[in-house]
Design a binder for this molecule. Structure first.
Ligand code: ZN
Length: 115
């Protein structure tokens, strides 16, 4: 992977982390239980409770994704093997890395390994 590709990937990961962090923050505000009840009626409170279940797992998922991306960013900076498949050693195509920067395997190995 050359420097230009690295730079492209670095920017992509940073942008992704930023937007996910923003999403998590917004979701956390939605599930915030200290909101005054008076502002919302009984029905919408039920709605909120249902949404909270969904949002809590979304938050957990997004948080995990942020950690994975930060790990990828860290490896991109420090690991000279970054971008190579950990299974077969082939270069992971840049297009795949841009879509899924945290992927450690090429498409072939990812399909044949249980992650
Ligand atoms: Zn592979």
């Amino acid at each position: 992977m050359n420097d230009k590709q690295k730079e492209e990937l670095r920017n992509k990961i940073k942008t992704e982390i930023k937007s996910l962090t923003k999403q998590v923050k917004e979701m956390e505000e939605t599930v915030d239980p200290v909101k005054p009840d008076a502002a919302i009626g009984r029905l919408s409170r039920l709605d909120t409770m249902l949404n909270q279940g969904i949002n809590k797992s979304s938050i957990a998922q997004s948080r995990q994704r942020i950690l994975n991306l930060e790990d990828a960013l860290n490896r991109l900076e420090k690991d000279s093997f970054f971008g190579e498949c950990e299974e077969c050693g082939e270069d992971i195509p840049l297009a795949r890395l841009l879509t899924l920067p945290e992927s450690r395997y090429c498409v072939y190995c990812a399909e044949h390994l249980e992650e």
